[in-house]
Each structure stands twice: as structure tokens, then as C-alpha cells.
Design a protein around this ligand. Structure first.
Ligand SMILES: [Zn+2]
Length: 112
């Protein structure tokens, strides 16, 4: 079950003028996470952003949480082709989403 869904419809250079916006919500910018944390009373420091792109990892780290790279989808290619250029390492690299779930549960259990 989801408490919310947050989407950035903007894209610099989009043909629809109203969407051609340099917004604050396109990852790795933090606008969507900031809004979700406000509306859902979430602590970004205890949150995880999971994705197969480095921009997902950057977003998680930018809000003070964890950025997890999953190697499915684009993830393995992102790591192999671009990993050496990343300014910050992912908090965790997981083979599958099941591995992500195990990691997150372990991390949350660590906090008590
Ligand atoms: Zn946006």
C-alpha cells in the first residue's frame, strides 16, 4: 500500500510549454521528497531512495537519507559504465529488489 505518489511532469526542452520548466522536483533535485516528507511526516534521514539510476542515489543522499542502487534495469550498466565517475558512492548496491528489502529491514531494525 502506498501513502502517496509524487511525479515530476517537467522536462527542460519539453514541447508542451507548461512542462518546459526548470523545476525543483526533477531528480536528483529534492522537491518531491521534500513535499512527501512534509505531507506524510516522514524523516528523510530515515528514508531510502531506491532506483536503477545514479540520479536516484543522488536524490537519496541529497535529502540526508540513503541512496540505494539496484542492479536490475539500468543499474548494472550505470555502475559499470559510470560508477567510477560518481562523486559519492551509493549507500548500498543490491542485486535485486528482494535484496533491497532485506537491506532496508536490517537498517531499520538497527535503529530500534
Ligand atoms: Zn518537476
Amino acid at each position: 500500500m502506498f501513502d502517496g505518489a509524487y511525479v515530476c511532469p517537467h522536462l527542460a526542452g519539453a514541447k508542451v510549454p507548461s512542462l518546459n520548466v526548470d523545476c525543483d522536483c526533477r531528480k536528483p533535485k529534492t522537491g518531491l521528497v521534500d513535499r512527501a516528507c512534509d505531507e506524510l511526516s516522514l524523516d528523510p534521514a530515515r528514508s531510502f531512495v531506491v532506483g536503477d539510476k545514479y540520479s536516484d542515489v543522488e536524490l537519496g543522499l541529497a535529502v540526508g537519507g540513503q541512496g540505494i542502487l539496484v542492479l536490475t534495469g539500468y543499474g548494472r550498466g550505470e555502475l559499470e559504465w559510470f560508477g567510477r565517475t560518481w562523486s559519492r558512492r551509493p549507500s548500498h548496491i543490491a542485486e535485486t529488489l528482494n535484496d533491497v528489502a532485506d537491506y532496508v529491514l536490517e537498517e531499520l531494525g538497527r535503529d530500534g
